[in-house]
Write a protein of this length. Structure first.
Lengths: 114, 112
């Protein structure tokens, strides 16, 4: 029930294309869904996050789509660039009960081909 | 402003040695987290501090792992009698209540 399942494990996208990474969760108590971007040798960096009261959040080229009934959320990277090549992690948390623990997906290694 | 910093960035220890890993959180951040990240995997929660209080240490893998944050700012993760399975990247993150955790660059520990 605590798991967050992320797919695909790896993804290759042409420059300028749309990268889509999906996550699914079971625990309906989760109320905070961040995405992190991690480059080799660096710590994860918070990219964008969403709460379940909205279905979509956009920041620049990055969009989170959230489907509460399906218990799924996804990251879309528009106009993907070689600099977007990194590992992306989705996560979930239950902040309402001050449950700070992030439950992480397994990660998606994204490669953008020039 | 300055982000989360960690030192050392790399540490090689012989099996059986004790190591201490330091984390300097973002100034004013109340919450501090330690994670362990194995190669090719997501971070795994180790422990959580709110100010100087260690509220959750359920993720610490054994009693050889110990963390402290005595003044509610800098934190140290100590591993006693290191084993090869302790080799990993140790990440520190800080947060200002909101749930948005900001990570440091990590310390890569290699136990030989």
């Amino acid at each position: 029930q605590q798991q967050v399942k992320q797919s695909p494990q790896s993804l290759i996208v042409q420059k300028g294309g749309i990268s889509i990474i999906n996550c699914a969760y079971e625990n309906t108590a989760f109320d905070y869904f961040p995405w992190y971007q991690q480059f080799p040798g660096k710590g994860p960096a918070l990219l964008i996050a969403i709460r379940p009261d909205v279905s979509e959040k956009k920041e620049g080229r990055f969009t989170i789509s959230f489907n509460k009934s399906a218990k799924q959320f996804s990251l879309h990277i528009m106009d993907s660039q070689p600099g977007d090549s990194a590992t992306y992690f989705c996560a979930a948390s239950h902040l309402r009960d001050s449950n700070y623990q992030l439950i992480w997906g397994a990660g998606t290694k994204l490669i953008i081909k020039p | 402003g300055a982000g989360v910093s960690q030192s050392p960035r790399y540490k090689v220890a012989k099996r059986g040695q004790d190591v201490a890993l330091r984390c300097d959180p973002i100034s004013g951040h109340v919450s501090l987290f330690w994670y362990q990240q194995a190669l090719g995997q997501g971070p795994e929660f180790l422990t959580y501090f709110q100010n100087e209080a260690q509220l959750d240490k359920s993720g610490l893998p054994s009693d050889r792992f110990f963390a402290e944050r005595p003044e509610g700012s800098v934190s140290t993760l100590k591993i006693q009698r290191t084993q090869q399975e302790d080799s990993a990247v140790y990440l520190c993150a800080s947060s200002l209540y909101t749930g948005e955790q900001y990570f440091g660059p990590g310390t890569r520990l290699t136990v030989t």
